[in-house]
Design a protein around this ligand. Structure first.
Ligand code: FES
Length: 101
């Protein structure tokens, strides 16, 4: 779900783009973060904790915690709440600390 209009803030939606989350095509808009586009498409689990396999998603939304770390274009530990989404980006759920090899 996205805010379509706001009583105080006037904003113009930018161009529609697509990226992939777990090999599923997801719609997004230029200027959105990866996390915002995922939340808007109903995907709320971004990573799974190492010790207890617990789901984690958006928490601080400003790059100050580690709740939103994901694997983006093969690179682990990307803070998706502050990473702009790009056309064709490949996003995967991260398990634990991510594969650093
Ligand atoms: S949600 Fe806290 S760093 Fe992204």
């Amino acid at each position: 779900m996205r805010i379509e209009e706001h009583p105080v803030i006037d904003f113009k939606r930018k161009n529609k783009i697509h990226f992939f989350f777990e090999d599923k095509k997801i719609e997004a808009y230029e200027g959105e973060t990866v996390a915002a586009a995922l939340i808007a498409s109903g995907n709320i689990t971004f990573r799974i904790t190492d010790k207890h396999d617990r789901p984690r998603g958006l928490f601080c939304s400003v790059g100050k915690c580690a709740s939103c770390l994901m694997v983006v274009d093969g690179k682990p530990n990307v803070m998706t709440c502050v990473t702009p989404v790009r056309e064709g980006m490949l996003v995967k759920r991260q398990k634990g600390k991510g594969d650093l090899t």
